[in-house]
Design a protein around this ligand. Structure first.
Ligand SMILES: C[S@@+](CC[C@H](N)C(=O)[O-])C[C@H]1O[C@@H](n2cnc3c(N)ncnc32)[C@H](O)[C@@H]1O
Length: 255
C-alpha cells in the first residue's frame, strides 16, 4: 500500500484492519484509509447514490440531516442530542475502540472521539469518497480516523470493537441485515451496539402506503420486530428499542 500519512490515529486504525483486507492498492493520501480505491462499489440505491455526491456531502451535516430528521419526526432530538444519546447507549469512555459504520461526514465519529482518552480510537467507516473527504476536512480529531470500506464486509476481525454504532444508514442500503450481522460480528464480548433506522409506524393501509412511497426513494421502512429478533438470535442482551416518529433507536450488549 501507499505510505501512511503521518497521522497516529490513522496508523492505529490501519493496525485494526485484517491483513487480508488490506489490498495492495490501499492508500491513505486523502487523509482516510481507502480500502476500495477505484474498484467497483456495490450498485447503489437512489438514496445511496445521493450520498456519493460532493454537494450532498458538503451540506449533509448542517442541512440534509437536520431536514431528514425533521421529516422522520425525530421530534425534540437535535443532532447534538442524538450524538449524546448514541454515546450514552454505547457507554463510551476511556481507551475503547469504537466503530461508527456508515459514518457519512463524521458527524458522530468526531464526537465519539472526544469521549475517549489515551489510546482510545473512534473509527468512522463509509463507502462514499465525497463523504469521507468531508469528514477529513471537518471532523478530524486526535482519536478519530476514517476508513473507506463496505459495511457488508467489515474489514476487521471478530470482536475488534468495544462499541459499534450505525445511525441513519440501514434504511438506505440493499442488504441491511447483512450489515447488522457484521456490526454484531465485530463487537467484542462486553461491548455495546447502538443502531438508528426507520420505523414504518401506523395502521394498515397507511403503513403499506408509507413503505411504498419510501421504497420509490430507495428507503426501506423497518417494522418493530426485525432488528430486535436479529439481536436476540445473536445472543445480545439488554435489547432496548425506542421509537421517535418514523425512527427507531436500538441498543444492546454482547455478553
Ligand atoms: C445518511 S448517511 C448517515 C451518516 C451518519 N451515520 C448520520 O447518522 O448522520 C448514510 C451513509 O451510509 C453510507 N453507506 C451506504 N452504503 C454503504 C455501505 N455498503 N458501506 C458503508 N457505507 C455505506 C453512505 O455513503 C452515507 O454516507
Amino acid at each position: 500500500m501507499t505510505e501512511s500519512a503521518s497521522d497516529p490515529a490513522l496508523d492505529r486504525a490501519l493496525a485494526l484492519v485484517r491483513p487480508a483486507d488490506l489490498a495492495a492498492d490501499a492508500r491513505t493520501d486523502e487523509g482516510f484509509l481507502d480500502l476500495i480505491g477505484d474498484r467497483e462499489a456495490p450498485r447503489p440505491t437512489a438514496a445511496q447514490h445521493a450520498m456519493n455526491n460532493g454537494f450532498v456531502a458538503a451540506i449533509y451535516e448542517n442541512l440534509w440531516r437536520p431536514v431528514g430528521a425533521a421529516a422522520m419526526g425525530v421530534g425534540g432530538l437535535s443532532g447534538e442530542s442524538e450524538r449524546e444519546r448514541a454515546a450514552a447507549d454505547l457507554a463510551l469512555g476511556g481507551e475503547q475502540r469504537v466503530l461508527d459504520v456508515a459514518c457519512g461526514p463524521g458527524n458522530f465519529t468526531h464526537f465519539f472521539g472526544t469521549q475517549l482518552t489515551g489510546d482510545g480510537i473512534a473509527v468512522g467507516l463509509d463507502i462514499s469518497r465525497p463523504m469521507l473527504a468531508q469528514a477529513v476536512r471537518r471532523n478530524r480529531g486526535e482519536r478519530v480516523a476514517y476508513v473507506r470500506g463496505d459495511a457488508r464486509h467489515l474489514p476487521f476481525d471478530d470482536g475488534t470493537f468495544d462499541a459499534v454504532c450505525c445511525y441513519a444508514a440501514l434504511y438506505l442500503v440493499p442488504e441491511p441485515l447483512t450489515i447488522v450481522n457484521e456490526l454484531i460480528r465485530v463487537l467484542a464480548p462486553g461491548g455495546r451496539i447502538a443502531v438508528m433506522t426507520s420505523y414504518g409506524r401506523g395502521r394498515e393501509p397507511v403503513r403499506s402506503a408509507l413503505s411504498l412511497v419510501a421504497g420509490t426513494l430507495g428507503v426501506r421502512m423497518f417494522d418493530r420486530d426485525t432488528l430486535p429478533a436479529i439481536f436476540h438470535a445473536a445472543g445480545l442482551t439488554g435489547v432496548r428499542q425506542q421509537f421517535h416518529g418514523l425512527a427507531q433507536f436500538l441498543g444492546a450488549a454482547k455478553p
